[in-house]
Design a protein around this ligand. Structure first.
Ligand SMILES: [Zn+2]
Length: 131
């Protein structure tokens, strides 16, 4: 996976979590709700992605499934075996921004990480930092 692609997935995942789009439904199932309904009062008001609800399922083996195009693309790349075999399995498994958001959501619940507010030239961003 290209590094810039991963970076944009992480930024989207942070927004989903910040705007409380992720909801755990039990039995290894989460939903990622559309951003447009949860961001009205915020600076991320105009967001050009995530207009539908996605369901993310754990496969019980560090991996997840999602119904979005990003996941299907990532899965195709994974199945070609085009990744560094020395990387830990959870790092190379197919991911999309929704799956990354679920992982972040769970890390925040366990308090492994925290969302940190950052100000950058008048723009606010939320960044993850390890605790
Ligand atoms: Zn997805």
């Amino acid at each position: 996976m290209r590094p810039d692609f991963t970076f944009s997935q992480i930024k989207k995942a942070e927004k989903f979590v910040k705007h409380e789009c992720i909801e755990y439904k039990g039995m290894g199932i989460w939903v990622c709700k559309p951003l447009k309904y949860v961001s009205k009062r915020d600076i991320f008001k105009v967001i050009e992605y995530n207009h539908t609800t996605y369901t993310i399922k754990s496969d019980g083996n560090y991996g997840f499934n999602c119904g979005c195009d990003g996941f299907l693309q990532s899965k195709k790349i994974y199945e070609t075996g085009a990744y560094d075999p020395l990387l830990p399995k959870e790092q190379v498994l197919p991911k999309c921004s929704h799956i990354r958001a679920v992982i972040l959501f769970e890390q925040l619940k366990r308090k492994d990480v925290q969302l940190r507010r950052e100000s950058n030239q008048g723009m606010l961003a939320f960044c993850v930092s390890t605790v």
